[in-house]
Design a binder for this molecule. Structure first.
Ligand SMILES: Cc1ncc(COP(=O)(O)O)c(C=O)c1O
Ligand SMILES: N[C@@H](CCCC[NH3+])C(=O)O
Length: 440
């Protein structure tokens, strides 16, 4: 078993996260429960930021908040001096509620509504990452309406395919995101944007995918953009002040994954861009990145209670927990793999191999196949590691299962940052039927 960050096994043979006993948290808040190791998030944030600082490069590290958004999380991001990437009015509203400085918010998305864009412009956020021609027209209207100039980046699709799961690869040519670099779309967009008084174009953005374990894709994407930079300068008299290479830095879910430290990616990206800048003769732009998973992924652990079991003779044993695809849809959606252990019996010897089933009415609701585990009893606690990214944020109410609470743990102290949803919450938006059937 691999323990991340501050996690360790304490003298009671329990999992401890941020100096807090996970079994005690489970008994206080119930299960399922997400626990975050706050020190690990801070550590990751600092290592991205500090590496840019050490290399003397102007940069912004924006937390890709889709990985896990909440008011407390955004306040932690603000404490660490990062910027924030949002992709919806809801994430933007959460940022406002958290008091996040508007000028450090970047707004992405391939289909931002007029209302969302208006909200962003009124708040005077740091920049809008423009994705398509429809959005350019909406922004022109809104800039005129608000009598303002909108800071933007153009999202380009560099045609670099990251070696990762197909569903989460977004940088390839056949993508719903961004202006294509190869077929003239970027030039059409630049012509449009640069001739309008509605925009202050800061530069270019791209994002090549997620859970990437090597810097080559980022370097290739930067190279693709820079092969055009001198042409754009000559054609449009335009040089970028910002180049944003997106997020996607991989983490270790199981021992099949071999992540690299933040410093490695940043060093490679900076070195490559410095070289490209020297070749093209433009001023060094600011380099922006947008890590999500690598800031919060392995800082999160989900604690479940074990319930029923079912033996299929000579095939497998299913052990069920009190959550599943409602709090972690990644195994069902991407065949994502996780490691787990009994949080209340950490160093007990593994006696068997079991498959962990969720409680949803869906055969595909399996969290882990063939997990070595001590023989578990009902009410033992299962800790599934590395659920901090795209766990809570993709949680849902399938089968009307309430979403679990979230606790932050740091230096032996804990705080509840998201409450457990209640049955009352589940029906809060429901309205009764206006019956058309007359009783006889
Ligand atoms: C535009 C953009 N930026 C940043 C991210 C964050 O990615 P990750 O969580 O893999 O770092 C994503 C998600 O893949 C994204 O689509
Ligand atoms: N939700 C995905 C990643 C999507 C990244 C967002 N562009 C995951 O869980 O891995």
């Amino acid at each position: 078993m691999f323990l991340h960050g501050s996690s360790k096994v304490n003298e009671r043979n329990h999992l401890e996260i941020g100096g807090v006993d996970a079994a005690e948290l489970a008994s206080k808040y119930g299960t399922p429960l997400y626990i975050y190791d706050v020190a690990l998030i801070r550590d990751r944030a600092r290592s991205f930021k500090n590496t840019f600082e050490k290399l003397g490069v102007k940069a912004q590290v924006a937390y890709a908040s889709k990985a896990f958004s909440s008011v407390a999380m955004f306040q932690l991001v603000e404490e660490e001096g990062l910027s924030l990437d949002v992709v919806s009015g809801g994430e933007l509203y959460t940022a406002v509620t958290a008091g996040f400085p508007a000028d450090r918010i970047h707004f992405h998305g391939n289909n931002k509504s007029k209302e969302e864009l208006e909200m962003a412009i009124k708040l005077k956020i740091g920049c809008i990452v423009v994705d398509n021609f429809h959005e350019i027209e909406l922004l022109k209207e809104l800039a005129a309406q608000e009598n303002t100039v909108v800071p933007i980046l153009l999202r380009v699709t560099p045609g670099v395919e990251a070696h990762t799961h197909d569903y989460i690869t977004t940088g390839q040519e056949d993508s719903k995101f961004g202006f294509d670099l190869q077929n003239g779309q970027v030039e059409r967009a630049m012509e449009n944007v640069l001739s309008s008084s509605a925009f202050n174009m800061l530069g270019y953005h791209c994002h090549i995918g997620s859970q990437i374990f090597d810097a080559t894709g980022f370097v290739l994407a930067a190279e693709k953009i820079f092969t055009k930079v001198s042409y754009w300068r000559d054609t449009f008299q335009y040089e970028p002040k910002v180049v944003n290479l997106g997020g996607g830095f991989g983490i270790r879910y199981t021992d099949e994954d071999e992540p690299l430290p933040a410093t490695y990616y940043v060093e490679k990206i900076v070195k490559s861009i410095k070289g490209l800048v020297a070749e093209s003769g433009i001023e060094m732009p600011e380099i922006w990145i947008e890590p999500g998973r690598s800031l919060v992924g392995d800082a999160g652990t989900t604690i479940y209670s074990i319930g029923s079991e079912k033996e299929v003779p000579n095939i497998r044993k299913y052990v069920s927990v009190d959550g599943g695809m409602s709090d972690n849809i990644r195994p069902a959606l991407y065949q994502a793999k996780y490691e787990a252990a009994l949080a209340n019996r950490m160093n007990d010897k593994n006696d068997e191999s079991v498959s962990i089933a969720g409680k949803c009415c869906e055969s595909g609701d399996m969290l882990i196949w063939d997990l070595p585990l001590p023989k578990a009893n009902p009410d033992d606690l299962l800790a599934v590691f590395c659920t901090g990214a795209y766990g809570y944020s993709m949680a849902n109410n399938y089968n009307r299962i309430p979403r679990p609470p979230v606790v932050f743990a740091e230096n032996g102290e804990e705080q509840l940052v998201i409450k457990r949803e209640t049955y009352q919450d589940l029906v809060a938006l429901d309205l009764p039927l206006k019956s058309k059937v007359t009783q006889s």
